[in-house]
Each structure stands twice: as C-alpha cells, then as structure tokens.
Design a binder for this molecule. Structure first.
Ligand code: G3H
Ligand code: 13P
Ligand code: ZN
Length: 334
C-alpha cells in the first residue's frame, strides 16, 4: 500500500472548493507517456496552476502502473525544480470501470479515482459508486461519479436529450453515494468527432463546421439541485482546426473533426464546473508536430527530433487552455 500523500500528491477537495468559489476550473489532462507528462508539468508550473494528471485504464496498461506511480512522484519533484515551490498535483484514475480497478489505484498511490457506472442501470451505478467511495474515503482519496451517458463516436443520436444527465436524479445519487464530484452529460463527447456534420451548421466564410451549443439548461438545473457541488465535464477538447489542417495536409486523414468551441468551455468554467477533461487536443498537438517534422525532414529518425517539437506544441496548447479557457493560472493555494 502506497499513500499518495507520501508521493507529494494532493486530492481534489480543496482545489475544487476554490475553483467553484473563484469561477475557474482545474485542468484534467490525460497522459500516457513521458513527453505528455513533461509538457503538462511545464505548463502548469510555469502558469502556477493546480493540475489533475489523468490515467485511463488503457494508459495504465500502456505505461505500466508501477512506472506511472514513480512518474507522478517525479512530476511533483520536477514541478519544484521548475520553481513551483508548492505544486498541487492530483493523480486521478479516469473512467474506472470496476471496484477492483479503483481499489488497486487507491492502493497504488492515486489521490483521486473516477468510478464510471454511467452505463449501468441507475441502482447498480449507485451501489458500485457507494462501494468505491466507502473504500477510497478511508484513505482520503476523492471520488468522481457519473450520471448520464456521453455520446459515443458511433452513436446514432449523438446529442439527443435522452443521453443527458437527468437533473431529478442528482440529489439522490450524490447523497446515496457520497461522491466528491459528479460528471454530467450536457452534449460533450470523447474523441475528435464530437458531432456529425448533419448536427452542425457551416460557417459560410470558412466552410468550417459549427457545432450545436451545449445543454447549459441541464447544467443550470443541476446547479439549482446541488448548490456549490463540484461538477465535471468530460469530452472537452476543442479539436483545434489548425492541428487538423496540419495533420490533413501532411498525409493524415481527419475529415470533419470537430470539438467543443472554447467560448462554451469558458462559460462552463465560470460555473460549478470545476474539472474539465482534455485528452484529444494533446493527441492532435502531438500528431500535428510529428507529421510536420516527418514531412519537412523525411530523413529524421531520432525520436527526440520529433517528440521534442511535439512536447513544445503540447506545452503551448496546455498553457493556452490554462490561461485563456479555464482560468486556473495563478490559483495555487500558496
Ligand atoms: O475518456 C477517454 C480518454 O480520452 C482516455 O482514452 O481510453 O484511449 O486512454 P483512452
Ligand atoms: P476529449 O476526448 O474531448 O479530450 O475528452 C477526454 C476525456 O473526457 C477524458 O476522460
Ligand atoms: Zn472522459
């Protein structure tokens, strides 16, 4: 058993309180490799932002859980080396799908876990989430639950209301489970294809897809039911079109990739939404930079020569999110 406090990590409780009261949101960036982790720590340290390092089940399998724990511990030390005397870094399990996985992460030094029972029948979601909370809270590990189903890439009815979180369930769910935060569904979804072209309009000047607005009415109703309760938004990448263009003009193929417009995320960050999940934008920044190097220098085969530029691009992107979208810069407690 490794306790996250011994690794210099923190849970989400205090930062979420400050984020809600201050009208900003904590960035939750997924990572799978060293360059992503370096870029996240460089960006959050330089901007003095609290940060959530997210690890999915797939990332945990890819990177190895022991290595991940030491990488997170190393991240705390690295942030200090970069001049951030008191970094606030959370190591969070993203989309945990079983009690066993959540328990294993708690036992392995994670400071926060998500138990995603959103695809289960309501009562089963409640029972599973409550069981994870009971275990995690013994070690002061915070827990995120989810209500409502995020549309999948192949889903025929991607933004139909039936997927949205039902505001009438949130009081019962949070009180029965004891979760510390709640992920809700208001029209965001995972990946680089968040809406089908037929759900969007087109900007007549640029020909770009313009996605439909998020269901802020659902968020408003949730906030009325649960005043001051920490709300989480998954699937919040903006899919920057400049990355899509670089990828497409250098041998890639991402037709009609579209994300959540940043002004909608800015609006969400000012509300009770205090954690915003971003993964795809990092993948796009990385891939765009690598494809550009390969196109310009076909003879390059030193990974540092293409992963280095990829890291630089990710730092730029993360800093932009922190400063211009989430407003979490200069928000460390001390
Ligand atoms: O929620 C999904 C995250 O983007 C993680 O994706 O399962 O491919 O690591 P992954
Ligand atoms: P994106 O695919 O929009 O980056 O969402 C990531 C996410 O929600 C991770 O849990
Ligand atoms: Zn997610």
């Amino acid at each position: 058993m490794v306790n996250y406090k011994d690794l210099g990590l923190v849970n989400t409780r205090e930062m979420f309180k400050r984020a809600i009261n201050g009208g900003w949101a904590v960035p939750a960036f997924n990572f799978n490799n060293m360059e992503q982790l370096q870029a996240i720590i460089m960006a959050s340290s330089e901007t003095k932002s609290p940060v959530i390092l997210q690890v999915s089940k797939g990332a945990r399998n890819y990177a190895n859980q022991t290595l991940l724990r030491y990488m997170a511990q190393g991240a705390v030390e690295y942030a200090k080396e970069l001049g951030c005397e008191h970094p606030e870094i959370v190591l969070h399990l993203d989309h945990g799908d079983s009690f066993e996985l959540c328990k294993s992460c708690v036992d392995f030094g994670f400071s926060s876990v998500m138990i995603d029972g959103s695809s289960l029948p309501y009562d089963e979601n409640v029972a599973l989430t409550a069981k994870v909370v009971e275990y995690a809270h013994k070690y002061d590990v915070t827990v995120e639950g989810e209500l409502g189903v995020l549309a999948g890439v192949e889903d025929e009815v991607a933004s139909e209301e039936s997927h949205y979180t039902k505001p009438e369930e949130v009081i019962d769910f949070t009180s029965k489970t004891g979760v510390d935060s709640l992920a809700i569904s208001i029209g965001t979804s995972h990946g680089a294809y968040k809406f089908k072209p037929e759900q969007c309009t087109r900007d007549p000047k640029t020909g770009r897809l313009v996605p439909p607005p998020l269901a802020f009415d659902v968020l408003d109703e949730v906030m009325v039911k649960l005043p001051g309760f920490p709300i989480v938004l998954h699937g919040s990448s903006s899919v920057p079109q400049e990355y899509v263009d670089i990828i497409n003009s250098n041998g890639g193929k991402l037709p009609d990739a579209v994300g959540i417009p940043e002004e909608q995320l800015r609006k969400a960050a000012k509300s009770a939404v205090c954690k915003i999940n971003i993964d795809s934008d990092s993948r796009l920044a990385f891939t765009a930079a690598v494809r550009r190097v390969f196109a310009e220098k076909p003879g390059e085969f030193d990974p540092r020569k293409y992963c280095g530029p990829a890291r630089e691009e990710m730092v730029k992107m993360y800093k932009h999110k922190i400063i211009n979208v989430l407003g979490s810069d200069n928000k460390l407690a001390q």
